[in-house]
Design a protein around this ligand. Structure first.
Ligand code: TMP
Length: 214
């Protein structure tokens, strides 16, 4: 039986470059002979992608925070069952653009549901399933939002205002401080290459990048 793959998530506010860095890490792992699956949340399965269309588009007040959190977890459970766990079991590494920490930061902290409420929902939905490593890409809010607006029209979350995004940044940093063994904070400032190097160092310092995980 293949050894289980590693589950690595990327987190951070808008415009921090997560999607680009997920792609760069996937290239780097493939060059080391590690097979990986690149995915994102909300999304990653047909059902979760349909939920994504519902939550990222429309007016800022289209969903209340409880509904939003439940939609995120409906999508997540489907994604974990159909893609993430089977891939890990077959020895592939899974690189996921956002995961549970995003619900904790966005709905739990920034939208005010409370961390305990979201943690309980997480426990009920995923029964303790967590990433092996989470890379938090951290960037000053003004820079993140200007990068995000440069790449196209804003989605519901980008429209929520500067203060919301400051709360969000603080929330991610708090989450990282609470779980320092799992969550590594990386500066997202500088060039794509410079950040990719930080990402690679963080992964390499945890896991051997030689063929399938031992
Ligand atoms: P993306 O822009 O990183 O693709 O993510 C889509 C939006 O969904 C983003 O603004 C963050 C938001 N989101 C939440 O509010 N809660 C969640 O649990 C996840 C996964 C995303």
């Amino acid at each position: 039986m293949a050894p289980r793959g590693r589950f690595i998530t990327f987190e951070g506010g808008e415009g921090t470059g997560k999607t680009t860095q997920v792609g760069r890490l996937a290239e780097c792992l493939s060059q080391s002979g590690i097979e990986c699956v690149v995915t994102r949340e909300p999304g990653g399965t047909d059902g979760a992608q349909a939920i994504r269309e519902l939550v990222v588009s429309g007016a800022g007040d289209r969903w209340g925070p409880v509904s939003e959190a439940l939609l995120m977890y409906a999508a997540r459970r489907d994604h974990v069952d159909r893609v993430i766990k089977p891939s890990l079991a077959s020895g592939k590494w899974v690189l996921c653009d956002r995961f549970s920490d995003s619900t904790l930061a966005y709905q739990g902290y920034a939208r005010g549901l409370g961390a305990d409420w979201v943690r309980e929902l997480d426990r009920l939905s995923l029964n303790g399933f967590k990433p092996d490593l989470t890379l938090l890409l951290d960037l000053p809010v003004s820079e993140g939002l200007s990068r995000a607006s440069a790449r196209g029209g804003p989605d519901r979350f980008e429209l929520l205002g500067h203060e919301f995004h400051e709360d969000l940044r603080r929330a991610f940093l708090d989450i990282a401080a609470m779980e320092p063994d799992r969550v590594v904070i990386l500066s997202a400032e500088g060039s794509v290459d410079a950040v990719a190097e930080r990402v690679k160092d963080a992964v390499q310092s945890r896991f051997a990048l030689t063929g399938p995980a031992k």
